[in-house]
Design a protein around this ligand. Structure first.
Ligand SMILES: Nc1ncnc2c1ncn2[C@@H]1O[C@H](COP(=O)(O)OP(=O)(O)OP(=O)(O)O)[C@@H](O)[C@H]1O
Ligand SMILES: [Mg+2]
Length: 252
């Protein structure tokens, strides 16, 4: 067996399929460009990492049942001037997750709350951080069903295990008084142990109305905001972007 064959066999044994597939071209590249051993190995291992990250995203998209893939590179920061780009980029370092901090995106429809949350979610999934994306209404429905079936604790534990939970569209549909308590239990379980991202179009002062129970609303807010980055997006809806452009051209 030649050394080349032995190396291929080792890569196969280690399940480094991509490195095996790109071995020959990488060796050529190393020789042509006089790369050091370390540089060459970085190049070769990057093939494996890229592939693993892509399959990780695909798996996460499936598990999280999110219909589309939006990343930060697709976000036009110039359109949404109220957003501090560096602050958002910092979230993709995942420090906030390691420190069990929360993020709340507040703003009206179409300003990019779901887009930015998804981008952070994907960046975390790429780094194999366990994350889950769910609409608030579906989350409450699941907890409610679990309670009826006497397995609420199980369900709460399920949602607490994710290092990052993204709860999209809080307050878009009213939450009944009894259901508010279920939401509180989840937030309380995650408090200071896990990170949560919430997107909403409701100002904090009106959370009483979402939860129909001022005491519970206050207890939820207190825990969510204790270690939180609040991103207020005051700009226009991106969905109506073309409409604004037409308006501007009419006025100019
Ligand atoms: N600044 C932006 N650059 C590029 N695309 C954007 C930007 N803002 C929003 N979008 C796109 O516009 C659409 C609406 O954005 P998004 O779904 O994030 O809005 P939202 O704030 O979650 O609104 P809603 O409250 O109605 O759910 C999406 O397709 C999103 O990718
Ligand atoms: Mg949204």
């Amino acid at each position: 067996m030649t050394e080349h064959e032995k190396l291929l066999e080792n890569l196969e044994y280690l399940k480094m399929k991509e490195m095996g597939l790109h071995l020959d071209e990488t060796i050529d590249f190393i020789n042509k460009n006089n790369l050091s051993f370390t540089e060459g190995l970085i190049k070769l291992t990057n093939y494996e990492i890229d592939h693993k990250e892509t399959s990780m995203i695909k798996a996460m998209v499936k598990v999280g049942a999110f219909p589309h893939q939006k990343e930060l590179k697709d976000f036009d920061f110039e359109f949404q001037e109220a957003i501090n780009k560096d602050e958002i980029l910092e979230f993709t370092s995942h420090r906030f997750i390691h420190q069990n901090e929360n993020i709340v995106f507040i703003g009206s429809s179409g300003v990019g709350k779901t887009h930015l949350s998804t981008a952070i979610w994907i960046s975390a999934a790429k780094k194999r951080i366990s994350t889950y994306f769910i609409k608030c209404h579906d989350l409450i429905a699941q907890l409610k069903k679990a309670k009826l079936e006497n397995r609420l604790e199980d369900r709460l534990r399920h949602f607490t295990k994710y290092k990052l939970l993204i709860i999209d569209e809080l307050g878009y549909l009213p939450i009944e008084k009894e259901d508010s308590k279920l939401f509180f239990q989840l937030i309380d379980k995650r408090y200071e142990k896990r990170s949560t991202i919430i997107t909403t179009n409701i100002n904090f002062s009106s959370w009483d109305n979402i939860f129909m129970n001022p005491m519970i609303a206050n207890a939820i807010l207190d825990r969510v905001l204790h270690h939180a980055h609040v991103i207020q997006i005051t700009g226009k809806s991106y969905r109506l972007k073309n409409y604004y452009q037409e308006e501007e051209s009419v006025h100019n």
